[in-house]
Write a protein that binds this ligand. Structure first.
Ligand code: NAD
Ligand code: MLT
Length: 310
């Protein structure tokens, strides 16, 4: 039977599957990078979410490692190339939290357009300030979707129901496929030049890091608002801060940050910025799906059986 390190919280139902199969499951949360290097030395599997960095050094320190299981979607915290070279399988749960992430995006869009967190904080601190919190409607506005994959498509469906006009930038999607979703494909420069709201749904990679930077932010439609529930750093945070302070960008809603937690980030000091602590996948439903899926995938990998696309 195998030894499995679980370094972040996953649903109990996932842990039950692994224990039920006879594996030793070690749940060790909040490990420092040094503690992680120690903890992986005798394990056959590691199960993580987005906070644990499975670097080439971690993989080199784990001579018995067979599989890394990511209970969620993004694999930017795993050195997949180093894992592959070492013969270690990397599996994830790509469908598990897409609805939750899309719903959180809509929550951020509405929070941003109606200043709900700011108004809540104002009222609970004793101020009844109706005129201060005048918002804007989503109806009739143009939403630019950057990345029209699984989550981008679910956001498109939901935004159509709000009466928004949809445009998207995704070089890997055909115009026909986009049209079926009610979306017009454009270049990224055209998108930021004509959208009232932009929402990011890209994986973080060498190509997408800093994709929305100073140069692009200089070409935006004045008053544009950004939502990022994908990965921190796809929008350059310094450039975004400068654009909001200058007034070209009217606001942003951010679930993800270049460094998490974003301690000391000047973005947190701006009234027009709404933030959540990487909550896109934090629902009961998504966590159950992610925990169960990843447990099943890891169990198959450990049994040396075919691991189907989840
Ligand atoms: P997906 O793979 O289904 O879609 C990503 C889309 O991005 C694809 O259509 C792809 O063609 C496009 N793309 C890739 N590289 C690109 C590039 N260089 N330029 C333009 N487009 C590019 O992924 P998804 O399920 O929609 O998830 C997107 C990301 O959202 C994940 O990678 C993850 O990092 C993030 N995510 C965050 C949360 C959260 O808790 N905030 C939850 C789930 C997912
Ligand atoms: C993901 O990529 O699935 C998200 O970041 C959610 C998470 O891991 O919590």
């Amino acid at each position: 039977m195998a030894t499995i390190l679980v370094s972040e919280v996953i649903a109990d139902r996932g842990l039950d599957i692994l224990r039920g199969a006879g594996h030793e499951v070690r749940v060790s949360l909040d490990l420092s990078p040094e503690e992680l290097l120690q903890a992986v030395q005798d394990v056959h599997a590691i199960i993580i979410r987005s906070a644990t960095k499975v670097t080439a050094e971690v993989i080199a320190n784990a001579p018995h490692l067979i599989v890394v299981g990511r209970a969620g979607i993004g694999l930017d915290n795993v050195d997949v190339e180093a894992a592959t070279k070492a013969g270690v399988m990397v599996v994830n749960a790509p469908q598990s939290n897409i609805i939750s992430a899309a719903e959180h995006t809509m929550a951020l869009l509405l929070s941003l357009s109606r200043q709900i967190p700011q108004a809540h904080a104002s009222l609970t601190s004793g101020t009844w300030a109706r005129s201060k919190f005048e918002g804007v409607e989503l109806y009739g506005k143009t939403l630019g979707i950057v990345g029209l994959g699984r989550i981008g498509a679910l956001v498109a469906q939901r935004a159509l129901a709000f009466g928004m006009t949809l445009i998207a930038y995704d070089p890997y999607i055909s115009q026909e496929r986009a049209k079926k979703m009610g979306v017009e494909l454009t270049s990224l420069a055209e998108l930021v030049g004509s959208a009232d709201f932009v929402t990011i749904h890209l994986p973080k990679s060498k190509e997408t890091k800093g994709l929305i930077g100073k140069e692009l932010l200089a070409q935006v439609k004045p008053g544009i608002r950004f939502v990022n529930a994908a990965r921190g750093g796809i929008i350059d945070e310094d450039a975004l801060y400068a654009a909001i302070v200058e007034g070209t960008v009217a606001g942003a809603a951010l679930d993800v940050f270049e460094t998490e937690p974003p301690t000391g980030s000047p973005l947190l000091t701006l009234d027009s910025v709404v933030v959540t602590p990487h909550l896109g996948a934090s629902t009961e439903e998504a966590q159950n799906k992610a925990g169960i899926t990843i447990a099943e995938q890891v169990q198959l990998a450990l049994a040396n059986e075919f691991v189907p696309f989840a």
